[in-house]
Design a binder for this molecule. Structure first.
Ligand code: BGC
Length: 513
């Protein structure tokens, strides 16, 4: 051991220090920001399947739904105004994440988290008290801005605070909070269903609770050492590092952070820099990971589970119950990834999850194809319906321990300091863009492609699993400011990384992938 550095089994470097209670609590508090995103994902599907809500704000959908009994099962709820309600949030988040990137870089991760919490709170109030569609949509835009800020800053916060050896687990706290938010929303939907007008108001307004949690959390959290150094507070950063690593000997990690900062200072404009050749691998993944995450089709289940279950023949109550079951599976399977991600690595989870999603989607497509055919008429008997729910659960579990958490973890850990904030906003915006496109198009796609929709998503999962297999290097256990070494050791990306990009320790610490 020298200068606070230990070299572990794989030849990779570890800084001295231990996993402190302080770093765990700090990361847990920051991760609660995922609750607002999750709550929102879960609540809209339930609210938009409540008759009283539809009758008041979307009368055309309500009428069409009443008439549709016994007709084409695939085309029941195809209405653009309704999907605009769900999707407006994602467009707002997409744009907001670019502003967030500036705030996060110039004023710190904490500031973006705080702003996100406050704006989201405003949106929750507007929705809870909505009198017309306009208020509803404005509220959702505020929610979207809030999410744009928190999703941009929190994954970076977590990846920077965490010691490298448990960075995956701590970062996945964010996805854990997302899934808990979705589950809470599903539960609230279930009870709200029987509460009449009050029901949807409570469901939408309660989004204020997680917003308060992250707002207060952001007020009390320290900023990350990386961001403190980046903003000229070196001594504060050193003290914080001692506290979060539980040792006074933080010289080596501190020097690496300062080294990363010195390099980052030479970069005037992160947006120009991110386009440069040496950032090509990171940029590529900041674009394709969120795209792939969404094209798994997960949000078809998350947004439309109640609608989807209704479509395939469950009653009102049964459909919300099934959504609850998928919600629980989602949380539990995310816990699995927390345990596995720093042990088996990101690639193993990506690949296993991908294979499991392919198999389950194909079987769902086949079952629905046999039962509803292309005309979309017919019903599922009890056994078939149970089979479909079981398959959906296996699919959700696969997503929840792979593309769900890793879609936030990997983009937040692969960029160097100078482009990390910009890179993460690209991740958020691509994620939101495709969440939007899928939310907007799903009902129409189901109507046109019918059971083939499941084959469509499965086809993409094949492509993405192969992409990970060939092109994504393993980032497990690598200190965040040493990532260039990972690309340098990769058979395809090495030619993009000139030697001078490597940190002064990196060369000795990289495993060949
Ligand atoms: C995704 C969301 C998805 C959620 C499901 C997140 O990682 O970004 O789009 O709804 O996981 O748990």
């Amino acid at each position: 051991m020298a200068g606070g550095v230990v070299v572990n089994g794989g030849g990779r470097r570890r800084y001295e220090g231990r996993v402190t209670g302080f770093v765990i609590v700090t990361c847990l508090v920051a991760a609660t920001g995922g609750l607002i995103f999750g709550y929102d994902i879960g609540i809209s599907g339930g609210v938009t399947s409540m008759d009283i809500f539809l009758e008041r704000f979307f009368p055309a959908v309500y009428e069409a739904q009443k008439k549709a009994t016994g007709e084409n099962q695939y085309c029941k709820f195809n209405n653009e105004m309704l999907t605009l309600f769900t999707s407006s949030l994602y467009l707002a988040a997409l744009i907001a994440s670019f502003f967030a990137s500036k705030v996060t870089k110039a004023f710190g991760r904490k500031m973006s988290m705080l702003l996100g919490g406050i704006v989201f709170l405003g949106g929750a109030l507007l929705n809870g008290f909505a009198e017309n569609v306009e208020m509803l949509i404005c509220g959702r835009i505020l929610l979207g801005i809030g999410i744009g800020f928190t999703n941009q800053s929190i994954p970076i916060y977590l990846s920077e605070m965490a010691p490298a050896q448990i960075r995956g687990a701590l970062n996945i706290g964010f996805q854990m909070a997302i899934t808990i938010g979705i589950l809470a929303a599903n539960l609230i939907n279930y009870f709200a269903l029987s509460m009449g007008e009050k029901g949807w108001r409570i469901a939408l307004g309660l989004a204020g609770v997680p917003a308060l949690i992250i707002t207060i959390g952001a007020l009390i959290l320290p900023d990350t050492p990386n961001s403190l150094i980046d903003r000229g507070h070196q001594e504060q950063a050193r003290d914080l590092l001692k506290k979060i690593r539980g040792t006074d000997n933080v010289n080596d990690e501190f020097d690496d952070l300062v080294d990363a900062y010195q390099k980052s200072k030479q970069v005037e404009n992160p947006w120009k820099n991110i386009m440069k050749r040496h950032n090509r691998p990171q940029l590529t993944f900041a674009v394709i990971i969120p795209f792939f995450q969404q094209i798994t089709g997960i949000n078809v289940i998350m947004f439309y589970a109640p609608v989807l279950f209704k479509t395939i023949g469950f009653g009102n109550d049964a459909s919300l119950m099934s959504a609850l079951i998928t919600g629980i599976v989602n949380v539990v399977a995310t816990a699995v990834s927390i345990v596995c991600v720093d042990r088996f690595g990101r690639r193993a989870l990506f690949i296993e999850g991908g294979l499991q999603m392919i198999v389950t989607q194909v079987i769902i497509g086949v079952v629905l194809g046999i039962k509803f055919g292309v005309t979309g008429t017919g019903t599922l008997n009890k056994d078939d319906a149970n089979l479909v729910v079981a398959l959906i659960c296996m699919y959700v579990a696969a997503f929840a321990w792979s593309w769900g958490p890793l879609g936030w973890l990997v983009p937040s850990e692969i960029f160097p300091m100078e482009t990390r904030s910009a890179g993460q906003s690209i991740n958020v915006s691509v994620n939101m863009l495709f969440t939007f496109i899928i939310a907007q198009c799903f009902l129409r796609m189901l109507c046109v492609m019918k059971f083939g929709l499941f084959f469509f998503f499965a086809g993409f999962v094949v492509i993405m699993t192969l992409t990970v297999f060939f092109f994504l290097p393993e980032t497990r256990n690598v200190p965040i400011e040493e990532m260039y070494g990972v690309w340098k050791a990769h058979w395809f990306w090495n030619k993009f990384i000139p030697d001078q990009m490597l940190g002064h320790h990196a060369n000795k610490n990289v495993e060949k992938c």
